[in-house]
Design a protein around this ligand. Structure first.
Ligand code: SF4
Ligand code: SF4
Length: 267
C-alpha cells in the first residue's frame, strides 16, 4: 500500500465530504450490522447525528486517502487525557492491507504524551470490532445509553506499545516473537525455544542472557535485530515501515518476508 496520505477534515468544508463518508460507513455496516432500513432512511438518521457531533471542537475526523481517492476515515476525540476512538471505516479494498498500523503510527504523533486512557464503542453485532478492541488490551466496561453498543476502555500506553509491536519495519509482528515473549514473561521454556531457533535457522549460539528484546521499535532490541537493514533503510528514507516505501517490496525484503516474516520464531 504505497500512496497513502492523511489529512484532518477542515470542518468548514465538512458538508462537501459527508456523502462520501456515509457511503463508506453504510457499505461496511450494511454487511456487519444491517439496520433493516434503506440506504436513504439510515442516511437521514446518520446525517444530523454527525453534523451535531462535528460541532464539538474536540472531535476530529482524519481522512485517509489512497491512490484512487478517499480510502476511509477515522473519527476520534481527545478529552480528559482520554483518546476516544469513535469510528474507523475503510473501504473494502483497503481492508487487510496494513493500513491500520500506518494510520495509528500517524495518529500517535498527534496525540499528547500525557494521554492515559483509550476508549471505544463497538456495535453489539460487530464481533470483529469487539475482538480487535479486546486484543488491543481494552476491556468492556458497559454499554451506551441506547444499549446498541458495548463500551470499552484501556490504557493508551498499552495500546500504543501493542500496535507498534505488531508492526515492525519489515512487517513482522514482534508481539508474537518467541524472543520477545520469553523476555516479557521471563519464561525459561520460551528462552530455550528461541535459542534453538537461532541455532537451527542460522547456526548461531546465543547465550540465554542475551535473549532479551522489548520489540524492534523499542530501545532494547535483541542483538540480531539491532542492525536490521530494513529498519536502517526506512530511517534513511524517513518512513516508518517498508510498506510505506515506493519500492515495496524491494527484492531483499521480498526474499526476507518469504522466508521469515511472521512465519518463524513466532507463537
Ligand atoms: S527479536 Fe526481533 S523480531 Fe523478535 S521482538 Fe525483538 S526485534 Fe522483534
Ligand atoms: S527499499 Fe526495501 S528495505 Fe528499503 S524501505 Fe523500501 S522496501 Fe524497505
Amino acid at each position: 500500500m504505497k500512496h497513502i496520505s492523511f489529512s484532518l477534515l477542515d470542518k468548514t468544508h465538512s458538508s462537501e465530504i459527508l456523502d462520501e463518508l456515509y457511503d463508506i460507513l453504510y457499505g461496511n455496516m450494511s454487511v456487519i450490522a444491517p439496520t433493516g432500513s434503506s440506504y436513504e432512511e439510515d442516511k437521514q438518521s446518520w446525517l444530523p447525528c454527525i453534523v451535531s457531533a462535528l460541532e464539538n471542537p474536540q472531535r476530529k475526523i482524519l481522512l485517509i486517502y489512497g491512490e484512487a481517492g478517499l480510502a476511509g476515515f477515522f473519527m476520534f476525540s481527545l478529552k480528559n487525557r482520554t483518546f476516544l476512538m469513535e469510528e474507523i471505516q475503510f473501504k473494502p479494498e483497503y481492508q487487510g492491507v496494513g493500513l491500520f498500523g500506518r494510520l495509528y503510527r500517524y495518529l500517535f504523533g498527534m496525540i499528547s504524551t500525557d494521554t492515559d486512557f483509550v476508549e471505544a464503542y463497538a456495535h453489539k453485532k460487530n464481533s470483529k470490532s469487539q475482538r480487535i478492541l479486546t486484543y488491543l488490551g481494552l476491556q468492556c466496561i458497559g454499554e451506551n445509553k441506547s444499549g446498541t453498543n458495548l463500551h470499552f476502555r484501556g490504557s493508551y500506553q498499552e495500546l500504543k506499545e501493542k500496535i507498534l509491536l505488531n508492526h515492525c519495519y519489515c512487517g513482522h509482528s514482534c508481539a508474537k516473537c518467541v524472543t520477545y515473549l520469553a523476555t516479557k514473561n521471563n519464561d525459561i521454556a520460551l528462552q530455550e525455544q528461541a535459542r534453538k531457533f537461532y541455532k537451527e535457522a542460522f547456526g548461531l549460539d546465543v547465550s540465554t542472557d542475551k535473549l532479551s528484546c522489548a520489540g524492534g521499535r523499542s530501545d532494547r532490541v535483541f542483538e540480531l535485530c539491532r542492525d536490521c537493514p530494513f529498519k536502517k533503510c526506512c530511517k534513511e528514507r524517513s518512513i516508518e515501515a517498508c510498506s510505506e516505501c515506493p519500492n515495496y517490496p524491494c527484492p531483499d525484503l521480498a526474499d526476507y518476508q518469504a522466508k521469515y516474516v511472521n512465519q518463524s520464531n513466532q507463537i
